[in-house]
Design a protein around this ligand. Structure first.
Ligand code: SF4
Length: 282
């Protein structure tokens, strides 16, 4: 039986997201194994006998050309859509925020998403404004629909290491989110603030005063994310730093994979927006 990304993730990998394979999550590693033929043994935490057996099947499916990159996102999307399929649109607004509005074929959930809105109905997610959602973003949103609890943000911020069962992700967060932000924005906290505001973030730098940039993102109504950023101060012996903080209710709304995806998406959007702003004449 060929292994899809989800098969590999659910049935074979440890799901600890420790990052020892060089990828931020087990799901990301699974997608590389299935599409790019990264050997399964790159994960050192799989029983050797199991690993050899599964690798044989992977070799067969690679030879047969199964599971192209295009298939991966589609596969994950089918999985996430199935997770969310039993949710009634009418019940979702109370859990996730947003509002239920009438549509041509029944109720539609209208949700704020960064600076725009998305409309969810009949297993479809459509942007209301002129932007596109890639399939991994749709996976993230469906997972939020399936998991989202009713708790509203409490205003108490937690670092990733203060959230239960996330120890294994700390290295991934540093390597794939915080360090790339430091590399792009060190000495350019003003540029970071400008890019964040363009993405709808609230600039709390002056009011908070604890960092060179303090930015509160609101990707979705129940999911605020705070980014603190410090420029390097070589004369005072301080290295540059970036830290993402989450409301203490985050685990009611997102699984760990989705938290990682969201943070990587924020990093990606900040870098893209900054590049666009740099190329825009003032
Ligand atoms: S090394 Fe860690 S993150 Fe990578 S697949 Fe194995 S358990 Fe998952």
């Amino acid at each position: 039986m060929p292994y899809s990304v989800v098969d590999l993730y659910q049935k074979i990998l440890p799901k600890t997201n420790c990052g020892d394979c060089g990828y931020p999550t087990c799901l990301a590693f699974a997608s590389m194994v299935v599409s790019e033929k990264v050997p399964l043994e790159t994960c050192p935490h799989i029983d050797k006998t199991l690993q050899a057996r599964v690798q044989q099947e992977l070799d067969r499916q690679h030879a047969a050309g199964k599971w192209t990159k295009r298939d991966l996102a589609a596969d994950a999307l089918v999985w996430a859509r199935q997770r969310a399929a039993s949710m009634k649109i009418e019940d979702l607004a109370a859990r996730l925020g947003g509002e239920v509005v009438p549509g041509d074929h029944g109720p539609v959930l209208r949700l704020p998403y960064f600076t725009g809105h998305i409309r969810i109905h009949d297993g479809q997610i459509q942007p209301e404004e002129d932007f596109t959602l890639n399939r991994w973003e749709q996976v993230f949103i469906f997972n939020h629909m399936a998991q989202g609890g009713s708790a509203s943000p409490s205003g108490t911020w937690r670092a990733l290491e203060q959230i239960p069962n996330t120890i294994s992700k700390i290295t991934s967060m540093q390597r794939h989110v915080e360090q790339p932000l430091v590399e792009r924005f060190n000495g350019r906290a003003e540029a970071l603030r400008k890019a964040a505001v363009a993405l709808g973030a609230q600039d709390l730098t002056d009011a908070d005063g604890s960092a060179d940039a303090v930015l509160r993102f609101q990707p979705m109504p129940k999911i605020p994310v705070l980014l603190k950023f410090w420029n390097a101060e070589p004369d005072e012996g301080f290295a540059a730093g970036a830290k993402l903080l989450f409301d203490e209710t985050i685990c009611e709304h997102l699984d760990i994979e989705s938290i990682m995806f969201l943070c990587e998406r924020i990093r990606e959007l900040l870098c893209e927006t900054d590049a666009a702003q740099e190329n825009t004449p003032t």
